[in-house]
Design a protein around this ligand. Structure first.
Ligand code: FAD
Ligand code: MLT
Ligand code: ZN
Length: 465
């Protein structure tokens, strides 16, 4: 799109949201222009902070009229560069953070309506206070927003029990590129009146609409939690036992894996003590959640599965909530510990369960063949076949290693993105695991809803050949 002179647009935006919510000062824009990892950044014409659906619609319309792209941004915790401006292009960042209302929880139906800019943590607090819970949890819970989570179809640590974000969305309201508002909130649990906007927008990464409200289905709050950290000789044992735990434990809430190298990074960064007297190659963090009546039976089942496995080297069981938080910190603080060591290349991938171990054995060779000194940190949601491949020590702008790892994934029938999305990081590789027909259909949907390419250009879809 060819940009017009920015000043009339800025004046129009100020007229819509008020001058104080149009950030043009570089110091104020900076936090919105760079992503969480520091790998992706660009310059925005302005950051605009609307506070209602009507304001979002007017902002999008003004930008479309001026032929200036809109980059929707929620909590800016995305890890594929899709929520920040692209280098060398102009655009307006539309921050949803002021759309942060959390409605009253409907305690009889277990539902809540919230603004797209509401942080997950605030919605979790409201749900729990009302005797319910949110079925999705991410370590970025204090910043990640509901709108961003729908737009990326976020996964997280409870997918093994409850599935991804899309599974929990009853309805959405959203603003299209022409400024029209679509969807219905509050929505109905069952509404078979044609294509559902929640389905269309889940995973659309801000390219089809700006989500303004989300109607969420909650899950029952379970008060009896048990957390254990288990050490193993190798990842093959972790993968084997993970499958068995899924088959045996109805109360399974989380099944997370990490390795010695990641634990070392977390300990160096946080100063946490070692969880065990000795270091071990691979670790599995298990959380169970159930009702008080079923708790003893479920923990006994867990103990008996662990007892049967010859690969188990050590087990730490949390005795209370503080102990559980201590064990979770070894897993949850991986992302910040890796970031603290440099700008990582983050490749979030899924493998078929029966190829997970082979992948963890092959990926070090793939990386070392290109960059022998790079540091590889693997961890992830082993119950979902999802490994987070983090590579440190690379030039942030050189994607050679990224490409090789994603090719390895594709050759093993995996997916190049499990839960973070495509963003700008992987759009050139989209065709590795989506067919030409898939991409053509996605392009047709994009063109139908946003023919001028106003919303988040350069994200998700590769450039046409
Ligand atoms: P942003 O980063 O602001 O945006 C992400 C994408 O969504 C962009 O393309 C943006 O344009 C679009 N978008 C944002 N809001 C809207 C909207 N209202 N309408 C339309 N498009 C919009 N992700 C997981 O899936 N699982 C995890 O376990 C997980 N753990 C994380 C842990 C840490 C410490 C961090 C930093 C990140 C983690 N993430 C995880 C990634 C991130 O938190 C998720 O992708 C989250 O869904 C992004 O939400 P956000 O509000 O920050 O979106
Ligand atoms: C996680 O599971 O912690 C995240 O997806 C973030 C990451 O990959 O670093
Ligand atoms: Zn993850």
């Amino acid at each position: 799109m060819g940009a017009m002179s920015p000043d009339p647009l800025l004046r129009a935006l100020e007229g819509i949201v008020g001058a104080v919510h149009v950030l043009v000062d570089p110091a104020l824009r900076a936090g919105f222009e760079s992503d969480w990892t520091g790998r992706y950044h660009g310059r925005a014409l302005a950051v605009v902070r609307p506070s209602s659906t009507a304001e979002v619609a007017a902002v999008v319309r003004a930008c479309a009229d001026a032929q200036v792209p809109v980059i929707p941004q929620g909590g800016n915790t995305g890890l594929v560069g899709g929520g920040v401006p692209r280098p060398g292009s102009t655009g307006v960042v539309l921050s949803t953070r002021r759309l942060d209302s959390v409605g009253a929880v409907d305690t009889s139906s277990g539902e809540v309506v919230a603004g797209a800019g509401a942080p997950l943590g605030a919605v979790q607090d409201a749900a729990r206070a009302a005797g319910w819970d949110v079925g999705v949890d991410l370590a970025s819970r204090d910043s990640a927003t509901l709108g961003g989570m729908v737009a990326t179809n976020a996964g997280g640590e409870h997918v093994v029990r409850y599935g991804r974000m899309r599974n929990h969305v009853i309805g959405v309201e959203a603003v299209l590129a022409d400024g029209s508002t679509v969807g219905r909130v509050p929505a109905l649990r069952k509404d078979a009146t044609g294509i559902e906007w929640a389905g269309v927008l889940a995973g659309s990464e801000g390219t089809l609409a700006v989500i303004t409200q989300v109607h969420l289905a909650l899950v029952a709050r379970l008060d009896a939690h048990a957390v254990a950290l288990v050490a193993f000789d190798d990842f093959a044992s972790v993968a084997r036992i993970a499958g068995e735990l899924r088959a045996t434990l109805p109360s399974l809430l989380a099944l997370e894996a990490f390795f010695a190298g990641g634990l070392r990074r977390v300990r160096d960064h946080t100063g946490l003590p070692s969880p065990f007297a000795d270091d071990w190659p691979a670790y599995l963090l298990v959380e169970l959640a159930t009702s008080a009546e079923d708790a003893a039976r479920e923990t006994e089942r867990l103990a008996s599965v662990l007892d049967r496995h010859s690969g188990v080297r050590a087990t730490a069981v949390a005795e209370d909530e503080a102990g559980a938080a201590r064990l979770w910190a070894y897993r949850d603080r991986h992302t910040e510990a890796i970031n603290a060591a440099g700008v990582p290349h983050k490749l979030d991938v899924t493998l078929p369960h029966d190829r997970l171990v082979e992948f963890t054995e092959r990926v070090p060779g793939t990386v070392a063949a290109i960059e022998p000194d790079a540091e590889l940190v693997l961890f992830g949601h082993v119950g979902d076949g999802n490994i987070h491949v983090n590579v440190l020590g690379l030039d942030p702008d050189d994607a050679t290693v990224d490409h090789a790892v994603l090719q390895l994934v594709a050759s093993m029938h995996g997916s190049i993105s499990a839960e973070h999305g495509i963003g700008i990081a992987k759009r050139r590789e989209l065709a590795l695991t989506r067919t030409d027909a898939d991409i053509a259909a996605m392009r047709a949907i994009k063109h139908a809803l946003d023919p001028e390419g106003v919303l988040n250009p350069g994200v998700l879809l590769p450039d046409p050949r």
